[in-house]
Design a binder for this molecule. Structure first.
Ligand SMILES: O=P(O)(O)OC[C@H]1O[C@](O)(CO)[C@@H](O)[C@@H]1O
Length: 527
């Protein structure tokens, strides 16, 4: 069994700390040697992606210290224990099994006589069968007309991942003739969210998936009631338009109000649930089950790489450890995720939850305070939009913010135009290449206002095209990166107690059970 220790008790961490500011990336990337470094500092990911870290502040010495840290922190042993069913989520006394939903890795994990992998696969199949019947017109509305739109009602992990993945594949599916149904999402308890989505869809031909693992989330239950009200007012029977994705123990599971209920369980955290029926139902309905299966294959192939003990052949662990060096040795406070792909416009928002809800903690897995910083602030926007927004601060601001670029050689739709000897896709890719060098190398100018100090590290994941498989690999890469970082920090990355207090106080406000400052704020907001 692996031993769980705080980062600052590890000898390899002391070694790493002695390497602060060890690499000057501007110098490392200059001249012919710089070109060689770009070619060499790259490791293959699954589905044709490559993780390039040439513009990160690492060299053979730092990489070897990171490899020692990976060994001493027993990262691969911990990963193996995780997917073989150890109780890694100590705060909630639960296993962490989202990798099994990718249909591979590890020994059978049996709970109460149920093989968990078989359970997840069976639920994915249930979602696939339901989707196939909807597409074939075997499940229809009461007027026996086909459903054309699917709307997911959920929040947090029951929204962000599935929404990001849907947006990522919408154009790809259209270009590849697998697009089946338009999907929309309602998440916020702001009534304008539900009202606007409902006004934009044809209710009579819309299916609604209520997604809540707990079945108790206030926003989701409120929005479900909002939608039922709209359906009833339109003369439609809500139970003929709704299905649920939930856990078998949730209040939703017992309801008769749905066409069907598809299940997940407590061993898959909300922010890791896109590969379960939480993402599987809507993606199978929108694009067909085969497309969702390709996404799972991409994720499974990336997971396989994440089991490699050789750091240089494990892009997820390498990315994680470079992040540890940046956070705990270099002292950088945030990380920007910058996809040069419009299709990935919501991917940073998904990673924001995945990373910050997992590793935004100051006590270790045994509820003891830790004496080092943990998860960085994550933010991002697709390039080149970000360039015209917050890149000023990234280039010349007082904080150094490590960057994670993502870029593809080909667009998804293939529709392009040649202007001044380059296509839009070439312009997009030229920008990301230029930014990597601008951030790393900077540019001297006597006028300090125009001076770029450089030394701003970045990595880039490069692929041919954003497909279901490469998207699955990308998703798994970041999930695994976050998991490895949580292991290094000795955190429980799989609970989220920090979201509870606000929920409790909001209930008190709604029950008019407040005093002091909370009462005055409530009055100011007219509650
Ligand atoms: O699927 P549920 O149970 O409605 O939870 C939604 C989200 O709420 C959270 O618990 C945070 O409030 C997330 O972790 C989760 O993804």
């Amino acid at each position: 069994m692996a031993t769980w220790k705080n980062l600052d008790t590890l000898a390899s961490f002391d070694k790493l700390c002695s390497l602060k500011n060890h690499v000057d990336i501007a110098a490392a990337l200059s001249g012919e040697e710089g070109g060689k470094r770009v070619a060499d500092y790259s490791t293959p990911m699954a589905a044709g992606l490559n993780y390039n870290y040439a513009a990160k502040e690492v060299d053979e010495t730092v990489l070897s210290a990171l490899a020692q840290l990976a060994d001493e922190a027993q990262l691969i042993d911990k990963f193996e224990e995780l997917y073989n069913g150890a109780v890694i989520n100590t705060g909630e006394n639960r296993m962490v099994l989202h990798h099994l939903a990718r249909r591979q890795l590890g020994n059978p994990v049996v709970v109460d006589g149920v093989d968990k992998r078989e359970f997840y696969v069976a639920q994915q199949k249930k979602a696939a069968d339901f989707a196939n019947k909807v597409h074939a017109g075997e499940i229809t509305n009461e007027a026996r007309e086909k459903f054309t739109t699917v709307v997911q009602i959920g929040i947090g992990g029951s929204d962000l991942g599935p929404r990001a993945l849907y947006i990522a594949l919408e154009n790809w599916a259209k270009a590849n003739n697998t697009f089946k149904m338009e999907a929309r999402f309602i998440s916020n308890v702001d009534p304008d969210d539900a009202a606007a989505v409902l006004a934009s869809v044809d209710l009579a031909h819309s299916l609604f998936i209520v997604v809540s693992k707990s079945g108790t989330t206030l926003e989701t239950l409120t929005n479900e009631a909002f939608v039922k009200d709209a359906l009833t007012k339109a003369g439609l029977n809500p139970s003929k338009h709704m299905l649920a994705v939930t856990s078998e123990t949730s209040p939703l599971a017992k309801s008769e109000d749905y066409l069907t209920a598809i299940f997940m369980d407590d061993y898959i955290g909300g922010r890791y649930s896109s590969v379960s029926a939480v993402g599987g139902a809507i993606l199978s309905l929108a694009f067909g089950p085969e497309v969702f299966a390709q996404l799972l294959d991409g994720a499974a192939a990336e997971d396989q790489l994440a089991t490699n003990r050789d750091l240089m052949k494990n892009p997820d662990m390498l990315d994680a450890l470079i992040g540890i060096y940046e956070r705990n040795v270099q002292g950088y406070p945030s990380t920007a995720v910058l996809p040069y792909s419009q299709a990935l416009s919501r991917f940073p928002a998904h990673l924001q939850q995945c990373d910050m809800e997992s590793n935004g903690k100051t006590v270790n897995r045994f509820s003891e305070p830790v004496n080092y910083v943990t998860g960085p602030v994550i933010f991002g926007e697709p390039g080149t939009n970000g360039q015209h927004s917050f890149y000023q601060l990234l280039h010349q601001g007082s904080d150094i913010i490590p960057l994670q670029f993502i870029g593809f050689k080909k667009s998804q739709l293939g529709v392009d135009v040649d202007i001044e000897n380059s296509t839009s896709q070439q312009k997009l890719c030229a920008n990301v290449a230029a930014q990597i060098i601008a951030f790393a190398c900077g540019k001297e100018d006597e006028n300090l206002n125009k001076n770029f100090k450089g030394k701003r590290p970045s990595s880039i994941i490069i692929g041919d095209e954003l497909t279901p498989a490469s998207l699955g690999a990308l998703l798994a890469h970041f999930e695994n990166k976050i998991m490895f970082q949580g292991f290094v920090w000795n955190l429980n990355s799989f609970d989220q107690e920090g979201v509870q207090l606000g929920k409790v106080l909001a209930k008190r406000v709604l029950a008019h059970n407040t005093d002091g400052a909370l009462k005055v704020f409530s009055d100011l907001l007219n509650i």
